[in-house]
Design a protein around this ligand. Sequence first.
Ligand code: HSE
Length: 316
Amino acid sequence: MPLEQVTVKAPATSANLGPGFDIFGIALEQPNDTVTLTAIKQGIKIQNRGIGAKTISLTPEKNTAGLVAKKMLKDFKINSGLQIHIEKGVFPGKGLGSSAASASAVAVGINAMFSLNLNIKQLIEYAAKGEVAAAGSEHADNVSAAICGNFVLIRSYDPLEIINLECPKDLELAVAMPKMITPPNKTEKARAVIPKLVPLEKHVHNLGKASAMAAGFAMGDVDVIGRSMVDDIVEPARSILIPGYSVIRENALNVGALGVTISGAGPTMIAFVNGKTCDAAKVAVAMGEGFRSAGYDVDAFATRPGRGACVVEEME
Ligand code: HSE
């Protein structure tokens, strides 16, 4: 018997982390989306509440959560409708994996509700379908982190192969999210500015940093992870889209951040901090000052790596 109702909590995520465009992701402890699925007679009905909820379409085909639900109900020939109630904690359009959080929550929720016994890879593949609504492409970096938790790297897209690593306990994150309106196709626009061809020396530079970051997670070395948050390819092209970019970077590094970068497709900026030697909240404030210097108010906060999407309540 399917469950009557399931509630899933899914984390914000940050993709790319500097050198790992479309292949690195990390789950954050805060903020989260909370999604409640309730079995109904037929159809998919979406309700959205919480921060930025008004900007999200409630039409299933245009909604990240709705797309995932539609596909899963169809593929598994589930003869039930679904009400999807989304409590947005992850602000949409800011580069913190808002669409991925809702999509992942729905994939994990439907899996639990109808006892589908899907594995992590299948859950990621379904959640990635939702990214089409938000970004126009099925990139899996945010959804992989939202489902697995901690640090993920995508070894291969086809076939999908994910490596999931724990984060060292002293790794903390400083986040500065500007209060600016971003267009619905923000990610597509931010992808359009990326160069199609990469000079060999930039490739060598990024490969070194990306490999070092992955090794840093494997070794549990916060300093290697943080110092490797550098991107010579995508970030220089996207930096023009971030108001106050250079000041934000400089401010973060000046108060002790190990590395700082654009979170996903932006405009949020994120920094890695060694919590043992530096106060992540102070770094967040300093980054916030950078946005303010460019005329934007900001939400700045410190957080830690977080766990993946999980069921928090079930009703039979
Ligand atoms: N890797 C993607 C990008 C993340 O940077 O375009 C978008 O959420």
